[in-house]
Design a protein around this ligand. Structure first.
Ligand SMILES: [Zn+2]
Length: 188
């Protein structure tokens, strides 16, 4: 029987400054991690899914400007741009913000929608991070925005499916690649 333990995992930022973001949902846990597609047109999972409940408040992970709040293919999407070419995306969300609003890290964006979830029939938030500073969209793992996070290690079966891949780590990040994404939990 494995015992749970706490450790501090220091994640340094990539080439851009780490904004020390916050979890968009709390409490939550990562139910599906980031899976970098092997090519721009291949399947992958361009973000992480955070479990939640319909109506739960969705908060901006970072300070920025709302550059989109509306419906995409019937799903509510909010985009917060950091001002340095990066943007964070949140869906499905019933937005309480409008384009042009300035938000701080932790500011409410709206509420989690029960429809259009990647985890249907459960509710979850798909949270994405895109770096367009090079002129084209590069999808990154949004957990890299959390900076120094406390990670609770849980008993885990060791399936390769759940393991962090070094390929998903932002450049320069010191992500503990041995940790499965299922070990990442909001801990307050
Ligand atoms: Zn997803």
């Amino acid at each position: 029987m494995l015992s749970s333990l706490l450790l501090a995992a220091a994640l340094t930022g990539g080439p851009l400054a780490d904004p020390a973001g916050v979890w968009p949902l709390a409490p939550t846990s990562v139910v599906r991690g980031f899976e970098a597609p092997p090519s721009p047109y291949a399947a992958g999972h361009r973000g992480v899914d955070l479990d939640g409940s319909a109506g739960q408040t969705v908060r901006s992970a970072v300070a920025g400007t709302i550059t989109f709040a509306g419906s995409v293919a019937g799903r509510g999407v909010v985009v917060v741009s950091l001002g340095d070419g990066r943007r964070t995306t949140y869906e499905p969300v019933v937005a309480d913000v409008v384009r042009g609003d300035e938000v701080t890290a932790g500011a409410p964006l709206g509420s989690l929608s029960g429809a259009g979830s990647h985890c249907a029939p459960s509710a979850c938030l798909h949270w994405g991070l895109v770096d367009a500073s090079s002129g084209s969209d590069v999808y990154l793992d949004p957990l890299s925005l959390l900076g120094v996070v406390r990670v609770r290690l849980l008993p885990w079966g060791g399936s390769a499916d759940g393991a962090w891949s070094p390929a998903v780590s932002p450049v320069g990040a010191s992500r503990p690649d041995a940790l499965p994404w299922s070990a990442w939990r909001w801990t307050g």
